[in-house]
Design a protein around this ligand. Structure first.
Ligand SMILES: Cc1cc2nc3c(=O)[nH]c(=O)nc-3n(C[C@H](O)[C@H](O)[C@H](O)COP(=O)(O)O)c2cc1C
Length: 216
C-alpha cells in the first residue's frame, strides 16, 4: 500500500472478526515497528503479545472486572476531560457528540463490545520500566504508531486502547510479566468487521491553521 494511503486508511477498529493472525504476521509487524526512533537509541520498550488461549483468559478476566464495574487501576491514569487544555476539551466534546449521533441506539452495543476487548485477534501490550520518563513515553508512541501503520500496510486493522490496560493486575499474572515493568498501552490487531456500524465511523482532525504556526 502506498504510504499516504496507509496513513489515511488506518482508523480505530472497535469490532474485529473472528479471523486469527499467524505468528509470522505478528513478527513481521514488530520487525517494522522496532525501527521507531528512541532517546539515545535506548529502545525502552518491552512487547508482550497475547493470542489464542492466553488471550481468551485475558478476555474472560477483563469482562468479569468490567461487569463488576471495578475501578480502573492502569499504570498511567486516564486523562479526565477537565485536565485537558481548552483545545483538547473542544475536540473531545466534538468527537463524543459526533460518535453519539453516528451510532444512535447502537452506542450501548459498542460500549458492551469494548468490555469484550473489541474481539481482537491479538493484543500487543507495550511496556516500559516502572522507573521511566516522559521521553520513553514519547518513544513508545512512535513505536505504537509505526506498529499500526505496519499492520495496515499488511491489510491488518488495529485498535490502540486504554481499555486493554485498565486492569493490569490480571495481566501481570496471566502474561507472567515481571513487575519491574508497567503496562503503558495495548494495541488490538485483527481484521475489521465491515458489517459493524462503528467501523464506518471516521474521526475528524483540526485543520493545520488551527494548530500550526510557521515563522519566517
Ligand atoms: C492512547 C490511546 C488510548 C485510547 N483508548 C481508547 C479506549 O480505551 N477506547 C476507545 O474506544 N478508543 C480509544 N482510543 C482510540 C481513540 O479514540 C482514537 O484513536 C481517536 O478517536 C482517533 O480516531 P482514529 O484512531 O480512528 O483516527 C485510544 C487512542 C489512544 C491513542
Amino acid at each position: 500500500m502506498e504510504f499516504t494511503e496507509t496513513v489515511f486508511n488506518r482508523h480505530a477498529t472497535r469490532h474485529f472478526t473472528n479471523q486469527q493472525l499467524g505468528q509470522e504476521q505478528l513478527i513481521s509487524i514488530i520487525n517494522v515497528a522496532k525501527q521507531a526512533p528512541s532517546w539515545a537509541n535506548d529502545q525502552p520498550w518491552k512487547v508482550v503479545i497475547a493470542t489464542g488461549k492466553t488471550l481468551d483468559k485475558i478476555k474472560e478476566s477483563h469482562f468479569n472486572a468490567s461487569n463488576h464495574n471495578l475501578p480502573a487501576h492502569s499504570a498511567i491514569s486516564p486523562l479526565h476531560r477537565t485536565a485537558m487544555g481548552l483545545q483538547g476539551q473542544k475536540n473531545a466534546a466534538n468527537q463524543s457528540k459526533r460518535l453519539a449521533s453516528f451510532l444512535g441506539a447502537q452506542e450501548k452495543q459498542v460500549i458492551d463490545n469494548s468490555a469484550h476487548l473489541f474481539n481482537a485477534a491479538a493484543i500487543v501490550y507495550l511496556l516500559v520500566p516502572k522507573e521511566t520518563s516522559f521521553w520513553s513515553a514519547y518513544d513508545l508512541g512512535a513505536f505504537g504508531q509505526t506498529l499500526m501503520l505496519a499492520a495496515k500496510d499488511q491489510r491488518i486493522d488495529s485498535m490502540p486502547a486504554f481499555e486493554f490496560v485498565k486492569y493490569p493486575n490480571n495481566l501481570y499474572s496471566i502474561l507472567k510479566v515481571n513487575d519491574d515493568y508497567q503496562f503503558a498501552i495495548g494495541i488490538g490487531l485483527g481484521y475489521q468487521d465491515k458489517d459493524a456500524l462503528i467501523n464506518h465511523f471516521r474521526s475528524t482532525r483540526m485543520d493545520p491553521t488551527e494548530f500550526l504556526t510557521i515563522r519566517n
